[in-house]
Design a protein around this ligand. Structure first.
Ligand code: PMP
Ligand code: GLU
Length: 397
């Protein structure tokens, strides 16, 4: 059967593929340490699970309104007010089957074939493929390690063309953990306000933030910026709810309506039971989520300290999310048992094949001079995995 051109052009998610490969090796008995997964290793908090059980008992097992049940929308509106000082109406909130689905809806209703979408690299894997699916072109702008992998206003200004329609911002960032400050967002916002460009602001790691940093949404800086911005968020990361599949968007009403209409013909509503669980997560006590952040923080510091001490690596201290993104510039051209390292992909293959540690090479995120490690795994695994990586790096010639 002949596939259409857009389908032929899609690459599978490399993060999901590496995670699947690591899990398969584990199932086959290999002692793999998996730093590939972008998924909290904690269980969903009990109060959230109980809310879902009650929802089943109460018979909340039918179709719901396409864009989400009213009490969940109200909880999200309150969350935006309290956390972000942003005020939305229910018609501006769209709940979907995960933030990935919210992003897909947003790209589909905002992009035209031939448009350019400005994508700062390193970027999270699915943006690129979702942009391509709409027929638009990703306009990739490489950010620099010395700027903490953050786009500067000059880089933004010089990248824009007549065909640029949209920019994707992701703070805290997957894969770099970079967090934009209010002033940095203001400076980018000034450039954007001079243009017609819309913003997709992926804030799914909002709650996973360290060192007293504060998450800021570009939409909260100015009413003009709010009018241009679709915020994407979800419960997967902050509440260890990846499998429940609930994400949400807040957008200008006409954009939210278009996303809702699109969703009405694809998935209908997100799962009724998961919506009740998401409401419990957003409205309920936040102490379990806070404890997870404390654990992530300890692992982050340990991991960065170890990586910084390894020969040939440099590593920024990430301020958010649960990833580190060290650079391997100092290892380029070296060899391990006759195998040459010309990029992070080579290093990732060596590390997986020879010492059974799964990492994601930066090529997946548009920068093969780096690799990504997730610290959403136990401290025991982190120690063991880093020992094995260090062993390889010490043996390079
Ligand atoms: N955005 C980013 C930056 C992510 O890392 C993820 C995690 N896969 C998502 C969106 C999608 O999250 P969800 O599980 O809600 O689809
Ligand atoms: N966001 C996670 C990651 O980057 C999950 C995998 C995915 O959805 O691609 O690893």
């Amino acid at each position: 059967m002949e596939l259409n051109e857009r389908a032929k052009n899609i690459s599978p998610s490399p993060t999901l593929s590496i995670d699947a490969k690591a899990k398969q090796m584990l199932a086959e008995g290999a002692k793999v340490i998996n730093f590939g997964a972008g998924e909290p290793d904690f269980d969903t908090p009990e109060s959230i699970k109980q809310a879902a059980v009650k929802a089943i008992d109460k018979g909340m097992t039918k179709y719901t309104p396409v864009a989400g049940i009213p009490p969940l929308k109200e909880a999200l509106i309150k969350k935006f007010e309290v956390d972000n000082n942003l005020h939305y109406k229910p018609s501006q909130i769209v709940v979907s089957a995960g933030a990935k689905h919210s992003l897909y809806n947003a790209f589909m209703v905002l992009c035209q074939p031939g448009d350019e979408v400005l994508l700062p690299a390193p970027y999270w894997v699915s943006y690129l493929e979702q942009i391509k699916l709409t027929g638009a072109f990703p306009l990739i702008v490489q950010t620099r390690e010395e700027n903490g992998f953050k786009l500067t206003p000059q880089e933004l200004r010089s990248a824009l063309t007549d065909r640029t329609r949209l920019i994707v911002l992701n703070s805290p960032s997957n894969p770099t953990g970079a967090v934009y400050t209010k002033d940095e967002l203001k400076a980018l916002g000034e450039v954007l306000l001079e243009s017609n460009i819309a913003v997709i602001s992926d804030e799914i790691y909002e709650k996973l933030i360290y060192d007293g940093e504060k998450h800021v949404s570009i939409a909260q800086l100015n009413p003009g910026l709010k009018e241009k911005t679709v915020i994407i968020n979800g419960v997967s990361k902050a509440y260890a709810m990846t499998g429940w599949r609930i994400g949400y968007a807040a957008a200008p009403a006409e954009v939210a309506k278009a996303m809702t209409d699109l969703q009405s013909h694809s998935t209908s509503n997100p799962t009724s039971i998961a919506q009740v669980a998401a409401q419990a997560a957003i409205e309920g006590p936040q102490d379990e989520a806070g404890k997870m952040v404390e654990q992530f923080d300890k692992r982050r510091k340990y991991m960065v300290e170890r990586l910084q001490a390894m020969p040939g690596l440099s590593c920024n201290l990430p301020k958010g999310a649960f990833y580190v993104f060290p650079s391997i510039k100092g290892l380029m051209g070296k060899s391990y048992q006759g195998k040459k390292i010309n990029g992070a992909s080579d290093l990732a293959s060596i590390i997986l094949d020879d010492v059974q540690v799964a990492i994601v090479p930066g090529v997946a995120f548009g920068d093969d001079g780096c690799f990504r490690l997730s610290y959403a795994t136990s401290m025991g695994n982190i120690k063991e995995g880093l020992d094995r990586i260090e062993g390889v790096l010490k043996d390079l010639t």
